[in-house]
Design a protein around this ligand. Sequence first.
Ligand code: SF4
Length: 232
Amino acid sequence: MNPARPSRNQHAGNHETRENNEKMLNSKFLGRAPSCKDAKATIKNKIIEDISTQGTKPDDPAAGHYRSLVAKVDAHSRLVVDALGAHMQCGPGCAGCCSHISVFTVEAVALARGVARLAPTQRQAIRRRAAGCGPADACPLLVDDHCTLYAVRPIICRTHGLPLLIASGDGGRMDWCPLNFEGLDAIPREYLLDLEQLNRMLAGVNQAFLACCEHGTPTRIPLAQALLMELA
Ligand code: SF4
């Protein structure tokens, strides 16, 4: 496999990939329009607590599914970094991928709970940024090019910088940050993350979460909206 390398001036293409991916998530796997009010009003406290701590109760299926997906993506990321890390520029202070994304309810609740655990001044600062954040802005969690809630960042953020396999009409194409993998002639298949497959898994995890809650929103909501959620 010898993929065509994205050029440096295509760095913005990574944002395009993420935007297309979000559109696909909303059109292909999901239904009605997003509503923060729905999520805020209907999610049960027990599930909120379980998900936000990434599964303190191993017997809870919703928490288990989410924890397991996070673990799978992180394990894949470690595999890539162990093998190809010398060719990657990703690291603290690199925030080129941190645009304002959208998230599923299951991720939104994890983020909202993360916000609730912060010191009041930090919490207020995040909510101020979130309240004024538009779709074209940088992620409101970004402070001095660092993620304020890195430990509970959404799934898509855990794929930043990784080589991706993206479904397309002619069978698929590869994409990655053009700052990464310089000097490599090829990227072995085992290091490619199949985005379509990941999207299906994430949509499934969210459905499981919603089923446990009996209510909720099946569509993605802006990350800023998640940061403004008030959890009871
Ligand atoms: S949640 Fe964190 S990692 Fe994800 S886009 Fe925002 S700042 Fe970046």
